[in-house]
Design a protein around this ligand. Structure first.
Ligand code: GLC
Length: 666
């Protein structure tokens, strides 16, 4: 059951499509303090809190403080409070069971037993919000009801599930060719190569550097002949430069965010000074969306939207003030406080909250200061793209995912989990984020495999791929200046080939489970606690997941480990695929077991009376045969599997012919 409680008058976010009538009376579960603008819940000792989408820390969010404040977080750690998203949905499970969604476009704080272990306190930055309370028979049921409210999740084209290789940046077409060539030569499957900001002419959206990427259209075609899609990045900020048509047209039409006095707001991002399209103004959004045509017309079929929190490195005035103050420090003895202040002056320039109070949106004729709607920006950039794709390429599924997001954006694109590091802890974080993102409707997601911001290692890339083979988005990415970590940079070619190939063998299952999760408003990745609610040990497992109907995974996330402890809530079958081509199976009883998982082993577990369909693989998605399947199964009485398969490109998702029931007898 869903109830909606209304406080003040919220600025419409359009995250909820199917709004129930407002409920009169007192909000259940939480104490409301209007003066302090807080909601507090008294948590029982064993209460757990799930959800909040993209955030650091556990599957159970208890014990930390999180903020919904979309932020460019190049250096996030365990103590980071806000990542790139505003995902205000959670479920409390313990003494009571309920879900809450706070529909609110500004900044919210979720203190989940951080200040006081027994208190869950939510603080809003103004008192205009809707609170949805959802009750149901179990957590999954609550999630489904929530997902029904917010509408169906985005569906990617089949090739978007293939392995993708990215780096900031492949500087020339020849470098991209080299990436493609090395994969094909080594028989390592690949479906896409990404173009980071350097394909553009001086970081100008919707331009191409003709010197480094000559005859782009032909190049796109040449790659497609090899079954490789090029996926360019699009940044939120539009370079301020005379003669640049996107800038000039946007300016002339009044489509950029403005300062209070109506002059355009200028902030710096990659190209230096840039203007920010007013993604919250429907006309400006349409206009920005139409710009994607430039690349669609060149044969591009997928994009990633970046820097759309929006990231602002500095404004002219904040930079000026900092330089002024720093100049005054010349010749001074900078003691501890002064030196720290000096460092702060530069560090605090980027993503500065003050800058977000300096510009305005035009929302259907109403002038709204950015900070009040901050979390809607990236969401609406992605919506701009999606709506344009519907207009310009209505028949096609276009790959689209974003860095910043808000609930509602899940209808328009997926997301990648931002600028992680080549840390083992971030591999685990990738795993932990999957179910909380699924709860919020984000099914097409994955993290930068191998880690983005620091030097990676062969074993980390291998282990990360062993998780990535299950995540809908499977992309290897690394930052400028870091060690190259395309898989062919390392020795163990046979191992990488095997692991990536397993993605293509498993894709009938992964794709089928993804599509069913989308179409049934369900979760593809679930904590064990959701499937085994009565099992206390299962409810504490933070490093294993249920994937789809019948599979459990337990990736290795420790360097030099050749196995790990795995918790089995019930008897399951272990299946191991080795790089030598062997398939080993073993029945494991319920409880804790140490499982050997060699560096290149692909290991997963099957629940009793379940099956996993497998293909024979392929070098790219279009080569995979989804019809002639083999199965791995654990049969006691027999298994029945609902197999979803369409051609991966058309949009007749609901066609009943796409579902086939596969039965295996014991
Ligand atoms: C941002 C993105 C990253 C990209 C870089 C350069 O940091 O998150 O993925 O490589 O910008 O465009």
């Amino acid at each position: 059951m869903v109830s909606r409680y209304v406080y003040g008058k919220m600025i419409e976010t359009e995250s909820v499509l199917n709004k129930p009538e407002k409920t009169e009376g007192v909000l259940p579960y939480f104490k409301v303090n209007e003066t302090e603008m807080t909601f507090s819940y008294d948590m029982g000792e064993k209460d757990k809190v799930y959800g909040l989408g993209e955030n650091v820390r556990g599957i159970n969010k208890r014990g930390w403080i999180y903020e919904s404040k979309c932020s460019d977080q190049m250096n996030h750690h365990e103590d980071t409070r806000a990542l790139y998203a505003g995902h205000n949905f959670f479920v409390v499970s313990g003494r009571e069971l309920f879900g809450i969604y706070i529909d609110y476009p500004g900044i919210l704080t979720f203190d989940v037993g951080y200040t006081c272990y027994s208190e869950f306190k939510i603080t809003a930055s103004d008192w205009n919000l809707d609170v949805y309370v959802i009750t149901g028979s179990d957590i999954r049921d609550i999630v489904k009801q929530f997902r029904r409210l917010i509408g169906r999740s985005y569906i990617a084209p089949l090739w978007g599930f293939g392995y993708g290789q990215c780096r900031w940046s492949y500087m020339t077409a020849d470098e991209v060719r080299e990436v493609a060539r090395r994969h094909r030569e080594l028989d390592i499957p690949l479906d896409s190569v990404y173009l980071d900001i350097d394909y553009m002419e001086r970081y100008k959206d919707f331009t191409i550097n003709e010197e480094t990427f000559p005859d782009f259209e032909k190049f796109v075609e040449e790659m497609k002949e090899q079954h490789i899609h090029l996926v360019p990045i699009i940044d939120a900020g539009v370079k301020q430069e005379e003669g640049y048509s996107v800038y000039e047209e946007g300016l002339e039409k009044g489509y950029f965010c403005t300062r209070e006095d109506g002059t355009p707001f200028v902030g710096a991002v990659w190209p230096g000074k840039a203007l920010f399209p007013d993604m919250l103004n429907p006309e400006a959004r349409d206009w920005f969306g139409n710009q994607y045509r430039f690349l669609l017309d060149k044969g591009i079929e997928g994009f990633w939207n970046d820097m759309n929190e929006p990231a602002v490195f500095y404004t002219e005035e904040s930079l000026e003030a900092a330089i002024e103050e720093i100049s005054g420090m010349r010749g001074q003895n900078l003691d501890l406080d002064k030196f720290w202040h000096f460092k702060d002056l530069v560090q605090r320039l980027s993503g500065n909250e003050n800058d977000y109070t300096k510009f305005y949106h035009n929302m259907n004729g109403e002038k709204i200061r950015h900070d009040r709607v901050h979390n809607l920006y990236g969401y609406n950039m992605t919506r701009a793209a999606h709506d344009a794709f519907e207009r310009l390429e209505p028949e096609k599924r276009i790959l689209m995912y974003s860095r910043s997001s808000f609930i509602g954006m899940h209808r328009y694109g997926g997301l990648w989990q931002g600028d992680n590091k080549a840390w083992w802890s971030h591999l685990l974080m990738n795993l932990k984020m999957m179910p909380s993102l699924n709860m919020c409707g984000f099914l097409f997601t994955g993290a930068d495999i191998g880690g983005f911001g620091t030097d990676s290692t062969e074993d980390l890339v291998m282990r990360w791929l062993e998780l990535g083979i299950y995540t809908p988005l499977m992309r290897n990415h690394a930052a400028m200046g870091t060690r190259k970590h395309e898989v062919y940079q390392f020795e163990n070619t046979e191992g990488f080939r095997h692991v990536i190939r397993m993605r293509y063998r498993l894709i009938p299952y992964i794709y089928s489970e993804y599509m069913k999760a989308v179409l049934n408003d369900d979760m593809m990745f679930r904590p064990l606690a959701f499937d085994y609610p009565e099992d206390e040990l299962a409810s504490e497992v933070e490093d294993q997941l249920m994937v789809g109907d019948g599979m459990m995974i337990a990736p290795v996330y420790t360097q030099n480990a050749t196995g790990r402890c795995v918790y089995f809530p019930e008897k399951m079958k272990l299946v191991r695929f080795t790089k030598e081509g062997e398939q080993q199976e073993e029945i494991i009883s319920a409880g804790y077991h140490y499982i050997h998982i060699g560096l290149t082993d692909v290991v997963f577990f099957i629940r009793p009376d379940h099956l996993i369909p497998l293909s024979s693989g392929g070098q790219y998605m279009d080569e995979v045969d989804f019809e002639n399947l083999s199965f791995v199964s654990y049969l006691i009485h027999g298994a029945k599997y609902e197999y979803y398969h369409d051609n991966g490109y058309e949009k007749d998702y609901e066609n009943p012919d796409h579902i086939r029931v596969i039965e295996l007898e014991a």
